[in-house]
Design a protein around this ligand. Structure first.
Ligand code: RIB
Ligand code: CA
Length: 310
C-alpha cells in the first residue's frame, strides 16, 4: 500500500528533484503539491511546481498557498536559485491548471477526509502553510501520521545567518508551531543535507540518461551548485530536499537522534535557530528525529535509479 503524502514546496531546483523522486517511486502516493513562498515569491514557486509536474508526465494537482510568512516580511533566495527559482534549463509554459482551492484549505480537507494516521506531510520550504492549517483547524493535528521536513541545522550551523537555516529562518513562528504541535517529526537539517553533496560524475550520469528529466536535473544541478561550491569550496552542492523523499523510501540511509528541538523566535541575533538538544542536557521532551548522517552512495544510487524511470 503506497504511503500517502502531500509535498509542501517552494521550488527551487532541489525541491524539483525531490518532487521527481517522489513521483518516480511506487512506495509513495503524492496526493498533491502545495506551494508556499520561500526561495522565490509564491507566483513563481507555483508556476515552477506546475512545470515540474508536467516534466514528470504525472497528473498531480497543484494548490497555491501562503504568499508571506505568518508575521514577517518574506525573505527569498534568488541569489541561490536564480530569478525564476528554477533557473538552469528553459521549460515550456505550464498548461497544467492550478487548483482553485487555497493550499491550506486543501491540507485541512485532505486530513479530515482520510483516516487519521494515513497522511504524511513533507514540507520542503518555510512552514507557513502547515502552521496556518494547524492554527485554522487544530482538529487535523492528531490526524497527521508524521511530518518529514527539510529544515534547521545544529552542528552545521546556519546557511542564511550564522545561526539559522533558510526554511526555518523565513518563518520561525510557523516552525515553532510545527515543532510544538506534537506531530511525530523527522527533520533533515543541514547537518545531513550538507553530506548529500552532488558530484560531477553523478551530474554527468543524469545527463547520460538522455531523457528530458535527466537533462533538467543535470542543468538544475549545474546552476544550483555554483553558489554552494563557491561559498563552501566543496566539490558539489547539497541536494537538501530529496533527503526528505529518500528517507520515506529507504529510511536506513539516514541516522540521527530522537531529541528535543526548539525554535528561536525572540532573538534577532539567532532568529530561526533550531536549538537541538543533541546531548540531551535540557531534560526537555524529545519531539523530533533529528538526522545527522546519510549513506551518500546509497542516496545517489537511489536517485539515479528512480529518476531513470521517468
Ligand atoms: O536551506 C535549504 C532549503 O532552503 C531547501 O529547502 C532549499 O530549497 C531552500 O528552500
Ligand atoms: Ca525548498
Amino acid at each position: 500500500m503506497p504511503r500517502k503524502i502531500i509535498i509542501d514546496t517552494d521550488p527551487g531546483q532541489d525541491d524539483a528533484v525531490a518532487i521527481l523522486l517522489a513521483l518516480a517511486s511506487p512506495e509513495l502516493e503524492v496526493l498533491a503539491l502545495t506551494t508556499v513562498a520561500g526561495n522565490v515569491p509564491l507566483p513563481l514557486t507555483t508556476r515552477n511546481a506546475r512545470q515540474i509536474v508536467e516534466l514528470s508526465g504525472h497528473q498531480i494537482p497543484v494548490y497555491a498557498g501562503c504568499d508571506a510568512p505568518l508575521r514577517r516580511k518574506l525573505v527569498t533566495a534568488e541569489y541561490v536559485h536564480g530569478k525564476t527559482g528554477l533557473d538552469g534549463i528553459p521549460l515550456p509554459e505550464p498548461s497544467l491548471p492550478l487548483q482553485p482551492q487555497h493550499a491550506v484549505d486543501h491540507i485541512i480537507d485532505t486530513l479530515r477526509a482520510h483516516p487519521a494516521g494515513t497522511i504524511t506531510l513533507c514540507p520542503l520550504g518555510p512552514l507557513t502553510n502547515i502552521a496556518t492549517a494547524f492554527l485554522r483547524a487544530p482538529d487535523i493535528i492528531p490526524r497527521v501520521a508524521e511530518i518529514v521536513l527539510m529544515g534547521g541545522a545544529y552542528f552545521e550551523v546556519g546557511n542564511v545567518t550564522p545561526a539559522a537555516e533558510f526554511n526555518i529562518y523565513v518563518d520561525p513562528e510557523a516552525a515553532d508551531i510545527v515543532f510544538k504541535s506534537g506531530v511525530p517529526l523527522v527533520v533533515m537539517p543541514l547537518d545531513v543535507t550538507h553530506k548529500a553533496l552532488t558530484s560531477r560524475a553523478w551530474v554527468e550520469e543524469m545527463r547520460a540518461l538522455g531523457t528530458p528529466v535527466g537533462q533538467a536535473v543535470a542543468s538544475w544541478t549545474d546552476f544550483f551548485e555554483r553558489f554552494d561550491t563557491a561559498k563552501y569550496g566543496s566539490e558539489g552542492a547539497p541536494l537538501h530536499d530529496p533527503c526528505v523523499i529518500a528517507y520515506l523510501i529507504e529510511p536506513a540511509l539516514f541516522h540521527g537522534r530522537h531529541i528535543n528541538v526548539e525554535i528561536e523566535t525572540g532573538s534577532e541575533l539567532t532568529l530561526g535557530m533550531t536549538v537541538a538538544d543533541w546531548w540531551r542536557v535540557t531534560g526537555r521532551e524529545p519531539n523530533a528525529m533529528f538526522m545527522g548522517s546519510v549513506d551518500r552512495e546509497g542516496f545517489y544510487r537511489l536517485l539515479t535509479e528512480r529518476l531513470g524511470r521517468l
